[in-house]
Design a protein around this ligand. Structure first.
Ligand code: FAD
Length: 385
């Protein structure tokens, strides 16, 4: 008797399933498709939403990365401003780079159209069921089977009770002015000069031209605020900084989790977190783009060598520093302005960026910490035990 073949199972079976066509899922799908068909035969990319919400993605990097051609703007200098301090430094050989997430999204969709190894579906994933032979995914409309499942930023992962938990939240206006007012070489990553609250609140400026810039009001805090409150602060900031009127061309609102990510309990060698779920968002800064590039490379190296796919891992001492920073943001936020002040007063910006990239030596880290206020860190160390 001929064997009974379940046709829907065969049609819905893939070598790789990627859940989440966001920053990490798209990077991974592209990198997998760059491999030969012997290594990568089929991919299913699933996302709950077809529409993509536009975001401004920035990161510091040299020219050597896979998305160099998508960089719309870049700045040679990075600036930090506080009430009595202003530092701006050339970060050569890196620049501070800006990619618009719509360009990024569309670029990947165009690439995928040309490769019949990948299928994209727009369905909400409800459940991932691990299985030694083949993993199963249940969506609102269908069931899919995958040898390897990669997943990111699913709502369930963010329900973690991991401690401490803080948000980076912000609202920005892209504005245009009549009179040349912005320095096109300088991206201001933090401007604390108008912070009169106890919260960690600063402004962020990306000048796209002498007359056009994105100006964001950013907080690191447990509590979110309503849009009108950010708008009051931006208006106050702009009236102090600009000597001319402005018009608002676009608006960006967002929140990014700043926490140490717990791996989900249903983790396995063939169900692998990427992006947000893998801890690619640096807990103390909210930046993720470069870390996602790195993790994607690590995954692809393992696929090529047919080795176990690695989870993204920070070195333990960098995780510890992140925990301390989060603890201080959570419990002693009023000291953070002072911490940032001394961080930028006592160190070159290029060293700070290297530290945030987790590429400094222990000696460099000791020098950084010796230049910071000690009490908040001592308290955080005692509490974290
Ligand atoms: C306005 C804004 C500005 C930002 N700016 C920067 C920046 O300058 N630099 C930087 O490094 N980072 C920035 N970030 C953070 C960055 O966007 C994220 O860290 C990054 O997108 C995380 O990538 P990801 O793939 O894990 O998640 P996402 O890019 O969020 O993608 C997750 C995808 O999964 C889908 N999904 C979720 N649940 C399900 C489900 N159950 N079933 C199916 N699909 C699902 C979602 O629809 C989404 O498309 C910004 C974020 C925002 C909101």
């Amino acid at each position: 008797m001929a064997p009974i073949i379940n046709l829907s199972m065969v049609q819905n079976q893939f070598q790789y399933i990627i859940i989440g066509a966001g920053c990490a899922g798209l990077q991974l799908a592209k990198a997998l498709l760059e491999q030969s068909s012997d290594l990568v035969s089929s991919i299913l990319l699933i996302d709950a939403e077809k529409a993509h919400q536009e975001k401004s993605w920035c990161f510091w990097h040299d020219n050597d990365h896979p998305y160099r051609h998508l960089v719309r703007n870049e700045w040679s200098h990075v600036e930090f401003v506080a009430e009595s301090l202003k530092v701006s430094e050339d970060i050569h050989p890196q620049t501070y780079q800006y990619i618009n997430s719509l360009d990024f999204h569309q670029y990947h969709l165009n690439l995928f159209e040309k490769d019949d190894r990948i299928k994209i579906v727009y369905q909400h994933v409800n459940e991932i069921i691990p299985n030694n032979k083949i993993n199963k995914i249940i969506t609102a409309n269908d069931i899919y089977f995958g040898e390897y499942i990669f997943h990111t930023n699913l709502v369930n992962n963010l329900k973690s009770d991991s401690y401490p938990k803080v948000w980076q939240h912000f609202l920005g206006w892209e504005i245009e002015v009549d009179y040349p007012s912005f320095d096109i070489n300088n991206a201001t990553i933090m401007d604390f000069s108008l912070n009169d609250s106890k919260d960690i609140q600063f402004f962020y400026i990306l000048p796209f031209s002498k007359t056009r810039a994105l100006v964001e009001c950013t907080f690191f805090s447990k509590q979110l605020i309503v849009e009108a409150d950010y708008e009051i602060l931006i208006t106050k900031y702009l009236s102090a900084k600009l000597s001319c009127s402005f018009t608002i061309k676009a608006k960006e609102v967002g929140k990014i989790p700043m926490h140490i990510v717990d791996l989900p309990h249903w983790q396995s060698d063939t169900i692998i977190p990427i992006g947000t779920a893998a801890g690619c968002i640096k807990p103390s800064t909210g930046y993720s783009f470069s870390r996602i590039i790195q993790h994607t490379e690590e995954i692809i190296n393992a696929v090529k060598l047919k080795k176990k796919i690695p989870l993204r891992r920070s070195k333990p001492r960098f995780l510890f520093y992140d925990k301390l920073f989060l603890h201080i943001i959570d419990y002693e936020s009023f000291t953070m302005n002072n911490i940032f002040f001394y961080l930028f007063k006592n160190n070159k910006i290029i060293t700070i960026l290297k530290f945030l990239d987790e590429k400094t030596t222990l000696l460099e880290e000791c020098i950084i910490f010796l230049g910071l206020p000690k009490m908040p860190f001592l308290k955080a160390i005692l509490k974290s035990k």
